[in-house]
Design a binder for this molecule. Structure first.
Ligand code: FAD
Length: 392
């Protein structure tokens, strides 16, 4: 027994009606760019491990770099619109969404929120247009989940600062023109705006990745990097500053991960409707339909959660543990959806012809960065019990 044309999974939830005209328009514009420019090329960029540098300027022209910030060439949209743009971009690839997240929510936001007027004028318009690329160095080889222990150190030397140390897993690191570097000082953790051509700063691309291949990830080494006093982010005091930046980026992930899930599910639905085994489309088997129905439920619930958190953020009422809740759930469900889609694709699912396994592999990184699922679980545990379990 057949029925009318198959429906797109999120249509079942009627979510479009929950958006304003402007939000819908922004999502549509980004989706068009994704369909025309990103999707036809992303498998190649993933395979070669080299997204083209000029893509950043195209993303700047699209208006998505720092789009939720006000002034300095930024679009000044609301948080929900930013989230929807992340979702559409991640429907292409989590690595491409990462480029946008790191540029807007980590590099630009750190300067926007904690920088001097001079730093903002110097960097934000270029970063918004994509003529400059930014990165954000918090993680170190020995300090990932526990950045408080960082060893990178800045000491005063006359009127200057001198930085030594290393940073690991830095998105955009080898592409960047400017790096926000977090370091211990005698006065506590401080942030520094470091042009990447400063002598003593070197970036080495991390190769042989199995995940997020369409994104550049690097190790940064700082050896007697001398900076003027004006390089310090004047408003950043202590670890709370970089953690607040991470919270901005995590918000984008709450939406973004659903893009990878939606794309996996939609492409798999199309495949299942035409792939015939035992004389009928595999979409007609009950076991396949159960998978499709369960995945649709999780996708829709994740979307409603993201939208709710976005509305809270736009109302200025979003708390960090609520962002943890969204990241934990939506990345966990997105990776489960991408993996389940791969099973429906059978052997075809292991190639780059279909996006599900590429999305699943990418989501391994998304599960880990901006704090691991375990860290977000502990955040929720602490919120529920009042007890911190971070140290066992
Ligand atoms: P670890 O901290 O060593 O953790 C290993 C395991 O131990 C995890 O499962 C973790 O959950 C678990 N664990 C640790 N502590 C506890 C505990 N108390 N209780 C229970 N379990 C625990 N960082 C940046 O600064 N800038 C970037 O641009 C950036 N981009 C990244 C891009 C990619 C592709 C990746 C993979 C990472 C990126 N990161 C970046 C780093 C990322 O934020 C870290 O990898 C992450 O915080 C985890 O740190 P770690 O890898 O050192 O793992």
């Amino acid at each position: 027994m057949t029925t009318a044309t198959p429906r797109r999974p999120l249509e079942l939830f009627g979510v479009d009606g929950l958006l304003t005209d402007e939000e819908r328009e922004i999502a549509t514009t980004v989706r068009r760019f994704v369909e025309d420019r990103l999707k036809p090329n992303v498998a190649e960029w993933f395979e070669s491990g080299t997204p083209p540098r000029e893509l950043t300027q195209e993303l700047g022209s699209l208006g998505v770099l720092g789009m939720h910030l006000q002034g300095y060439g930024c679009a000044g949209t609301n948080a929900v619109s930013y989230g929807l743009a992340c979702l559409e971009l991640e429907a292409a690839d989590s690595g491409l969404r990462s480029l946008v997240s790191v540029q807007g929510s980590l590099s630009m936001f750190s300067i926007y929120r904690y920088g001097s007027e001079e730093q903002k004028q110097q960097w934000l318009p270029r970063l918004a247009s994509g003529t400059a690329i930014g990165c954000f160095g918090l993680t170190e080889p020995d300090f990932g989940s526990n950045p408080a222990g960082m060893r990178t150190h800045a000491r005063r030397s006359g009127g200057d600062w001198v930085l030594n140390g290393s940073k690991m897993w830095i998105t955009n690191g080898s592409l960047a023109d400017v790096a926000t570097i977090w370091a211990q000082t005698d006065e506590g953790i401080r942030g520094f705006v470091v042009p990447t051509d400063t002598p003593g700063l070197t970036a080495t691309k991390i190769t042989r990745k199995l995940s997020l291949r369409a994104s550049v990830t690097s190790e940064l080494s700082l050896s007697d990097v001398r900076l003027p006093a004006s390089a310090e982010l004047p408003e950043a005091r202590g670890l709370g500053a970089p953690l607040a930046c991470l919270n901005e980026a995590r918000f984008g992930i709450v939406f973004g991960a659903l893009g990878a899930a939606r794309d996996s599910l939609e492409s798999t639905l199309d495949y299942a409707s035409t792939r015939v085994q035992f004389d009928r489309p595999i979409a007609g088997f009950q076991l396949t339909q159960q998978k499709l129905a369960d995945m649709t439920l999780e996708l829709g619930k994740g979307y409603l959660l993201a939208l709710h958190l976005g509305r809270l953020k736009d109302a200025g009422r979003l708390r960090p543990e609520q962002v943890s809740l969204g990241k934990l759930n939506n990345v966990r469900e997105a990776i489960a959806i991408a993996r389940e889609c791969r099973t429906i694709l059978g052997g075809s699912g292991i190639t780059l012809e279909y996006p599900a396994l590429r999305h699943a592999n990418n989501l391994e990184s998304v599960l880990t960065y901006e704090d691991t699922s375990e860290m977000h679980t502990l955040v929720l545990g602490q919120a529920l019990t009042g007890l911190s379990a971070f140290r066992g």
